[in-house]
Design a protein around this ligand. Structure first.
Ligand SMILES: Nc1ncnc2c1ncn2[C@@H]1O[C@H](COP(=O)(O)OP(=O)(O)OP(=O)(O)O)[C@@H](O)[C@H]1O
Length: 337
């Protein structure tokens, strides 16, 4: 549906987006993840036709999506964007901000649809407030409600969950999933929307997206299913974007009970959940930190002067200063370079 080919955009001598090729299909949720400054918002604005590309093409169902220099009004009628700053009208109520997206519809339908969106995004209580009288999360939900008010082929969201508490985060995630899959009949009867969302939160990306795209200094270094991006990351940076990872030089592998390698400078990675606490394990370490996380506890375990490992365990009875034994299975080791 939305395809981008070889997109490149520079600001002076900084290339913010470099040769990015990707496609978004109807009914598909794609998460875009990358470090701050890696080019996520720039790519989103290019895809929305809000920024001119220096090179490359964008097409929606085969039709070119023009940048602002080739259009009277920037943007594309079938592509909705929610920016990080929300861009709400400051002097009208939350209700009217949402209703504005439906201004060309007849009054009765507009009122009914706005009521539905207020309910869906839990905004009924603040519907008559001005944006400045609402919280960050309420403003964020208003921007999302406005973006999904009308059917759209493509929805591009810049950090849609960043200001939401956990219940609202789960709520908006479900709203988006329904919309994208085409199960929200009022918004998009049957066909589904293509959605790309930028996030810093690996758990959002891993749990709801069909694909994750990883940006590193403007390049799309990996685009794959959440499972593959997590278990076969392209490099150490990619691994660190999708979850905690222990990075270890080859020369330190024997100290972890793993076979020696010829190139001691090669970098390896091991996820904390792949290190087992095992009284018969070959490695001994001293617990330096215990971080309770609810279901699991993360430990910092000092193996020697050079290696300190993050270990995820469900064992609640470990304390700072304990000596524990660990086992790492070689097949779980990721090789990076
Ligand atoms: N209008 C602009 N003029 C000059 N440089 C810009 C402009 N917009 C973005 N940049 C630069 O391009 C790079 C990519 O910026 P972008 O906002 O796309 O990153 P991002 O991945 O969205 O970052 P964040 O996660 O912090 O929002 C950054 O180095 C930024 O400073």
């Amino acid at each position: 549906m939305l395809t981008a080919h070889n997109l490149t955009r520079s600001f002076d001598d900084l290339t913010a987006v470099r040769n990015v090729t990707l496609s978004l299909a109807a009914g598909q949720l794609v998460a875009l993840v990358g470090a701050s400054g890696s080019g996520k918002s720039t790519l989103l604005n290019l895809l929305a036709g809000l920024l001119d590309a220096d090179k490359g093409t964008i097409a929606l169902n085969g039709q070119p999506v023009a940048g602002p220099k080739d259009r009277l009004v920037a943007g594309h009628p079938q592509i909705r964007v929610v920016h990080q700053e929300y861009q709400l009208m400051p002097n009208v109520s939350i209700r009217d901000n949402i209703a504005y997206a439906l201004r060309y519809y007849e009054r009765a339908y507009r009122d009914q649809r706005v009521n539905e969106l207020l309910r869906l995004c839990r905004l009924e209580a603040v519907q008559h407030h001005k944006p400045r009288e609402t919280s960050g999360g309420e403003k964020q939900r208003t921007a999302i409600a406005r973006a999904i008010a009308e059917p759209a082929r493509v929805l591009l969201l810049d950090e849609p969950f960043s200001h939401l508490d956990l219940p609202n985060r789960l709520l908006i995630r479900d709203v988006l999933i329904d919309l994208v899959r085409g199960t929200d009949s009022a918004t998009n009867p049957g066909s589904g929307t293509a959605c790309l969302f930028v996030t810093h939160d690996a758990s959002d990306a891993l749990s709801i997206s069909d694909q994750i795209g990883l940006l590193q200094r403007g390049r799309l270094i990996q685009l794959d299913t959440p499972r593959r991006v997590y278990s076969q990351p392209k490099n150490a940076y990619a691994a660190s974007l999708t979850g905690p990872i222990n990075l270890i030089r080859g020369k330190h592998l024997p100290a972890l009970g793993l076979p020696a390698v010829t190139n001691g400078d090669t970098e390896y990675g091991i996820r904390p959940e792949h290190i087992q606490i095992d009284p018969t394990g070959p490695v001994s370490g001293r617990v330096e930190g215990v971080f309770f996380q609810g279901r699991d506890t993360e430990l910092l375990v000092r193996i020697n002067r050079f290696v300190c490992l993050r270990v995820l365990t469900s064992q609640p009875d470990v304390a700072v200063g304990d000596e524990i034994r660990l086992r790492i299975v070689a097949k779980n080791l990721l090789t990076f370079s």
